[in-house]
Design a protein around this ligand. Sequence first.
Ligand code: E4P
Length: 224
Amino acid sequence: MEFIVDTVNLDEIRDAVEYMPIVGVTSNPSIVKATSPENFFDHMREIRNIIGKERSLHVQVIAKDAEGIIKEAHRILEEIDNEVYIKVPVSYEGVKAIKALKAEGIKVTATAVYDLMQAYMALAAGADYIAPYVNRIGNLGADPMDLISALSDRIAVDGYDCKIVAASFKGVQQVRDSFNYGAHSITAPVAVLKQIFANPNIEKAVDDFNKDWYSMYGEGKGIC
Ligand code: E4P
């Protein structure tokens, strides 16, 4: 099970990796726009400095044709490092690019996945991660968990070395369901992950425990 954060906000990333068991950072051009860094590659290198090589960094291409995607992938790797996962939308051209990038040994995250057959194509093309868009699929009236569950079974049955990184989240319930239906990883905005701890019962439980402790040993007297 892997938690990844879907942001390029440096403060959010610093905070998230310090507090939570975060194993990577993803983004897309819209997420980059929310921060609008002056120099994209300087910013991505700064993210790498924060997260280190032990965490994964997934960077999305802009080009729509396979040739352009491959060219951009090389530039991304040159500018950041060879460990970056290249995020490629699973279009017809995208699948061609995924095959070519994998033939070169480049790490690929297949993204913009709305449909199971799209995911199967990315899987057969050799993607390392596949990102079904949970909230967006739900908005189209389909059940994203059907896709995650079938894809997870297919990966296990055929023995693919590929992880489902469920994406596009608006709430914790979608994240929980994704794991429960077979996603190996999720990538979510930091605000969604922090909702996990927003349950007021957590603080109330701690306050009640502390009240009992202080009633025995004196107000404000902790263990140390
Ligand atoms: C992953 O990085 C995806 O691009 C992202 O989660 C999509 O999220 P959205 O549907 O909120 O735009």
